[in-house]
Design a protein around this ligand. Structure first.
Ligand SMILES: [Zn+2]
Length: 199
């Protein structure tokens, strides 16, 4: 696309109907994991600054150049490079511990809502346990209080998996409510749906 076309496309985007203003585009990481959701005009900018490539479009023509160049409305795009924040270490936080543990208790294995999970020191602080990735697990309140200030061995409980420091969170990226997403996104975000937990 040449400079003139680019300018005309920018104008077409500027004048786009209000209905289309609300059209959102799913941005995938370079490894096809959901990254974020942007407005369609932002997605167009990302396409023409070569940051992303189009994975899916709606088929709707939003610009037709004199040379026959046609631009379709994108619905899913993919970053050409890894997003910068994924190269950094995963921040230690309550939310990220729950995410690493896939919102399930590490003692009974039951999936839980965030409000039903607690942060458990495997080796209790009283016994020198630190607040680090390798010593913190997600636990439901019943398991957490059954364990009390003891190690799993002392409490006669089994830790389902050793806590580790994650290099990358398994479910990093936005969470999606299946009722509110575009149909074309489904194949890309189905593992990222907000889980409706049953205790
Ligand atoms: Zn539990």
């Amino acid at each position: 696309m040449n400079g003139g076309d680019r300018k005309k496309l920018a104008e077409a985007v500027e004048k786009g109907p209000q209905r289309e203003r609300e059209h959102r585009v799913l941005v995938l990481t370079n490894t096809y994991a959901p990254h974020k959701v942007v407005t369609w005009d932002r997605a167009i900018t990302m396409i023409y600054t070569d940051k992303v490539e189009v994975v899916e479009d709606t088929g709707e023509v939003i610009y037709r150049g004199k040379d026959g160049h046609v631009v379709h409305m994108p619905s899913v795009v993919r970053l050409k490079k890894a997003p910068p924040r994924m190269k950094r270490a995963v921040k230690f936080s309550r939310m990220n511990v729950f995410t690493r543990d896939q919102f399930a208790c590490c003692y009974c294995g039951r999936p839980k809502k965030m409000s039903e999970l607690n942060y458990d020191h495997v080796v209790p602080r009283e016994q020198g346990g630190k607040t680090v990735w390798e010593n913190i697990v997600s636990a439901c309140y019943p398991c957490n209080s059954a364990k009390a200030n003891r190690t799993p061995e002392q409490a006669g409980m089994r830790l389902l998996r050793r806590p580790v420091r994650p290099h990358q969170l398994p479910m990093m990226g936005p969470r999606f409510d299946p009722r509110e997403i575009d149909e074309s996104w489904v194949p890309w975000v189905r593992d990222y749906f907000i889980r409706e937990h049953v205790a």
